[in-house]
Design a protein around this ligand. Structure first.
Ligand code: AMP
Length: 458
């Protein structure tokens, strides 16, 4: 769960990177960083916290040059430490190289063990550093060849942007698990995790970086390479369901449209008579609108979320922690009295959110509470870069839908069927739905409790 951006050829490259990271803050709130270059020197600033807090104007102005890489991080591998924040910069035999990575390698630990035995010294616990060691280990003077050779050794999910003194290089794993898109603004190129960045910068959306593509942006223009064996793409379906911003165009669809369509399909599968549909903010909003429109039920924003609570929010002391301040939206009490309510959210992970919300809505006087979820039960953890708890913590891995309904104290509970997902997304793309089916597209060594099965990607 990270957001990355690379800016090529703009006098205020770091400013654009800053704005891009700001637009992608939802992809990671733990740390952020920008490294820029003027072609001779590199300038870096990284810190724990939110983009707007850690980049005052003078910091951005100190990040000089016409190329910049940026990164927002929410850790999936590696602890939440400044050492693990990105972009990551190395000096090696052929100069300086900077990298920003979104995704998770499944064989990172294994390769790292080998490298450490051979004497490599690691500065962080990020799997990204493994890629840098591999690149430095190839004595190829040609950077693209070294990158290709290194990436052939790793497996898993990676959307990457590299930068040296004069080139920006984007790369995406052969299955294209995490998104990566290319934009243009005059003579400036921008590579970013999500297209919402281009809207903010008023840049033109050019295309996706293709699965398995290495794209070099330099004074010679754009060169595209496909050095990897071809695999059936496995775009992450959960980006559409929860993770990406609704205004982004992702894997051939606008995220908002997909979410709304999921809501409509959910209504067809699990209709109910009710007085109002209420989304769990913000993740459930588009699906709730779709659900309500399909059944002609009014929808209301009767649950309100505090938009200023980031991950840096300080949790209260143990004695009042049960309030669950951080995650609890507030119910507008007058809206619920005597009503039959459908509450729509995108997913249930541990069941904590739904349980708290239902308790609150009941206390506000709701007569019936029907919960509808616009994804199938989240049964399996993700090893490709979405932060999910272990399998045992996922309520759906060990409980029937009726058990979950009882736990969250809903009158009825309906999840969308996994087949409906295929209807909601662009049929030109194929997706990874391992979090719902356990059909992991890439096998992974040594991850306890995960039994990869034969992929049956749709
Ligand atoms: P839980 O309370 O554990 O059941 O979490 C469910 C809530 O978390 C839903 O409102 C989801 O929108 C949201 N959610 C789903 N996946 C994630 C994730 N990977 N990280 C953070 N929140 C998530």
């Amino acid at each position: 769960m990270c957001g990355i951006i690379g800016v090529y050829n703009h006098p205020e490259a770091s400013n654009l990177a800053y704005l891009g990271l700001y637009a992608m803050q939802h992809r990671g709130q733990e740390s952020a960083g920008i490294i820029s270059t003027d072609g001779n020197n590199f300038f870096s600033h990284k810190s724990m916290g939110l983009v707007a807090d850690i980049f005052p104007l003078e910091k951005i102005e100190s990040l000089r040059g016409s190329m910049a890489l940026g990164h927002v991080r929410y850790s999936t591998t590696g602890a939440s430490l400044l050492n693990n924040s990105q972009p990551f910069m190395i000096n090696y035999a052929h100069g300086t190289l900077v990298i920003a990575h979104n995704g998770n390698l499944v064989n990172g630990e294994e390769i790292k063990r080998d490298l450490v035995i051979k004497g490599s010294i690691f500065q962080s616990s990020m799997d990204t550093e493994v890629i840098m060691h591999l690149i430095a280990g190839y004595q190829e003077p040609d950077l693209v060849e070294s990158i290709a050779a290194a990436l052939k050794r790793v497996s898993g999910a990676y959307s990457l942007v590299f930068m040296n003194q004069d080139r920006l290089i984007a790369a995406r794993d052969p299955r294209g698990i995490r998104p990566l898109v290319l934009g243009k603004m005059g003579d400036t190129y921008i590579v970013a995790s999500e297209s919402c960045v281009f809207d903010l910068l008023e840049a033109e959306f050019v295309r996706e970086i293709e699965p398995g593509e290495i794209l070099v942006i330099s004074g010679d223009g754009l060169q595209s390479y496909h050095p990897f064996p071809v695999h059936k793409p496995a775009n992450c379906i959960f980006e559409h369901i929860y993770f990406a911003r609704p205004d982004s165009v992702l894997f051939g669809d606008t995220v908002y449209d997909v979410r709304k369509k999921l809501g409509r399909l959910l209504a067809r599968e699990h209709p109910i008579e009710a007085d109002m549909v209420v989304p769990v903010p913000d993740s459930g909003i588009p699906a709730a609108i779709g659900y309500a429109q399909e059944l002609n039920i009014p929808w209301e924003l009767a649950l309100i979320r505090n938009h200023y609570v980031g991950r840096t929010f300080i949790e209260p002391s143990q004695s009042i922690r049960h309030f669950g301040v951080k995650i609890k939206p507030n119910a507008i009490r007058s809206m619920f009295a005597g009503k039959r309510v459908v509450v729509v959210d995108d997913s249930i992970v541990r069941g904590t959110t739904a349980r708290k919300i239902i308790k609150m809505i009941r206390a506000a006087g709701a007569k019936e509470i029907h919960v509808r979820i616009s994804s199938p039960p989240t049964d399996f953890p993700c090893y490709y870069g979405i932060d999910t708890p272990t399998r045992t913590e996922l309520i759906a891995s060990s409980h029937s839908i009726d058990d979950i309904r009882r736990y969250i104290t809903a009158d009825t509970l309906g999840y969308i069927d996994s087949k409906a997902l295929t209807e909601a997304v662009n049929c030109q793309h194929s997706f990874c739905d391992a979090c719902f089916t356990g059909n992991y597209p890439i096998t992974f060594p040594g991850i306890e409790g995960a039994q990869p099965r034969q992929p049956t990607l749709f």
